[in-house]
Design a protein around this ligand. Structure first.
Ligand code: CUA
Length: 161
């Protein structure tokens, strides 16, 4: 087979970049342990409200500077443990967020932070975030879930201690 010189270079370049890509992904996944927000934990979507920790949504202190934040999503609401839909988090704290949905797929994005997950029925989505800056953040649904999608929100207040 006769191949043009440029064709060979191009093939070499193509397979080279593919190889580099696979090596980078491989090292970050298997050596450095990078992974997308976990959803490896499952539960029965029919009995979310009776399953810990979702039977008691809200912020709970578990350490000096460490909290768990449990939120139950449903069309078209985030249950954060109080009717005002406001969570107050002390600035600088480490928060282990875990959330799930009782019905359809919802989004879970705390705008202005790295917290951005998809909530799927039957799965628990978790993310750990350190809230370094004080301010008011909005938790929004960023997956279209029905007629009330645009109303689905809650407020995260990161406050100075
Ligand atoms: Cu929930 Cu969109």
């Amino acid at each position: 087979m006769n191949m043009h010189k440029y064709e060979k270079w191009w093939l070499l370049f193509g397979s080279g970049t593919l190889l580099i890509f696979l090596i980078v992904v491989g090292i970050s996944a298997f050596y450095m342990g990078s992974k997308p927000p976990s959803c490896a934990v499952t539960l029965d979507p029919e009995s979310v409200r009776d399953t810990a920790p979702f039977d008691e949504p809200g912020l709970k202190q578990i350490g000096d500077n460490e909290y768990t934040l449990t939120i139950v999503a449903s069309a078209f609401d985030y249950d954060v443990g109080n009717p005002e839909k406001v969570v107050e988090i002390p600035k600088g704290s480490i928060v282990h967020v875990s959330s799930t949905t009782t019905d359809v797929i919802h989004g879970f994005e705390i705008a202005g932070t790295n917290v951005n997950m998809m909530l799927e029925p039957g799965y628990v989505s978790t993310y750990t975030n350190t809230f370094k800056n004080a301010g008011t953040y909005t938790l929004v649904c960023n997956e279209y879930c029905g007629v009330g999608h645009h109303l689905m929100a809650a407020t995260i207040e990161v406050v100075e201690e």
